[in-house]
Design a protein around this ligand. Structure first.
Ligand code: C5P
Length: 391
């Protein structure tokens, strides 16, 4: 099953204002358990000092071809890395990579590498649009270099357009995805996540406690495994994983409509959302006034979206989640049978709600499999690997 292993990352920083984002990236990579060796070009040191990267990575920063004891820093460094990431990669450095130039430590170790090379470009929009840059980028793609394309937006030079380097959080996610097995390549996966909110009146409502963390981790893990992913999400405060198409909804009925609209081409449906079981029969248009007597709310059941999908003539592979406070396995097993789904994932509600970690039981036709306590992303990767085994 997929696990997070710490990786040895060689982070190459070239001359551009986005070098400040590389400092944050170094911090995030180290926090995620990876080892980071920073190599800077001379131009990069004009934007951020090596001492900043040294403090964040805990390792001396190398800048010159003749740094190191052996005089072979370019060979030693590239042999000691699982992956090289150039972030930011300037237009000049991309041109050097495309032509195999090796006139400083970073370009030389890239040429001498025996590991994957990834590049996060950052430059002014005119430099990005320049046919020479586009030609060089096409050459890198052809050479098997992974490009983390820049985003569009306001630039440090005052112009607006393509060329802003991806944010550090996104680059961390992109980099970690490279190391995950592509066990869902070619699959289309629909995930629901978060709570639903059922309005009582314009300012009050009924909802379930759900942070959405597990559903978002499942969506990310499915994309990492090579699937095309659509995420239908109730209200959460979470950042979307990259490359996942998101549809935001509020109520269970909106979630049902979105699921039924999207389900046809899907091969897998993973229903992680904490759907409210009931909604108010009649939502008040105006704010209800407080009275001395306790009001009575008439509730009506919401549709069971998962059971409805599982009952389609040609259902996708359906996976349910069951958060229980007691008799975890028994309740989850009963739910699996009632909804007629091949796999249900059970967790103890009091252990998992809003937390970054959880522990799960996977229940399928072969029996129960325990997944011990771990970060939700690690568990999500294990759930995805299990789904791929069952498929
Ligand atoms: O029926 P129960 O809420 O206990 O089952 C939980 C599973 O069913 C979860 O996968 C949840 O996303 C899904 N569900 C649903 N529609 C509902 C209630 C739950 O799809 N109305």
């Amino acid at each position: 099953m997929a696990q997070t292993h710490s990786k040895r990352i060689l982070l190459g920083v070239t001359g551009g204002i986005a070098a400040y984002k590389a400092a944050e990236l170094t911090r995030l990579l180290v926090k995620a358990g990876h080892t980071v060796q920073v190599v800077m070009t001379e131009a990069a040191t004009h934007f951020v000092g090596p001492a900043t990267f040294q403090a964040l990575s805990g390792k001396p920063v190398l800048t010159k071809l003749w740094d190191g004891d052996s005089g072979m820093a370019h060979i030693d460094l590239s042999r000691d890395a699982d992956v090289i990431l150039i972030a930011p990669a300037s237009a000049n450095f991309i041109a050097k990579l495309a032509h195999g130039l090796a006139d400083d430590l970073l370009s030389t170790l890239c040429l001498a590498r025996a590991c994957p090379l990834t590049v996060a470009p950052a430059m002014n929009k005119q430099m990005w649009d320049n046919p020479a840059t586009q030609r060089n980028l096409a050459q890198l793609r052809q050479d098997g270099v992974a490009l983390f394309d820049p985003a569009s937006g306001a630039q440090a030079c005052g112009e607006v357009g393509m060329g802003r380097m991806q944010e550090a959080e996104t680059l961390l996610i992109e980099l970690e995805a490279l190391f995950q097995p592509k066990c869902l390549a070619g699959q289309r996966v629909l995930v629901t996540a978060g709570p639903t909110y059922e309005a009582i009146d314009p300012v009050r409502g009924i909802t379930n406690l759900s942070s959405g963390k597990m559903g978002y981790a499942i969506a990310r893990a499915a994309w990492e495994a090579g699937a095309e992913v659509v995420l239908i999400s109730g209200p959460t405060a979470l950042a979307l994983p990259p490359h996942v198409r998101a549809i935001h909804i509020t109520s269970a009925q909106e979630m049902q409509a979105a699921v039924l609209r999207e389900i046809k081409p899907m091969s897998i449906f993973i229903s992680v959302a904490a759907v409210a079981d009931y909604r108010v029969a009649q939502t008040a248009k105006q704010k209800l006034k407080k009275t001395d007597t306790a009001p009575t709310l008439t509730l009506t059941p919401n549709p069971d979206i998962l059971a409805q999908v599982a009952a389609l003539p040609k259902p996708p592979f359906c996976v349910g989640f069951a958060a229980e406070t007691e008799k975890l396995a028994a309740h989850a097993q009963a739910k699996r049978a009632r909804k007629n789904i091949p796999l249900i994932v059970a967790n103890r509600a009091q252990d998992a709600l809003g937390q970054d970690e959880s522990e799960l039981i996977l229940i399928d036709s072969h029996g129960a499999h325990d997944l011990p306590r771990a970060k939700k992303l690690v568990l999500a990767r294990q759930v995805i690997a299990h789904i791929s085994d069952l498929l």
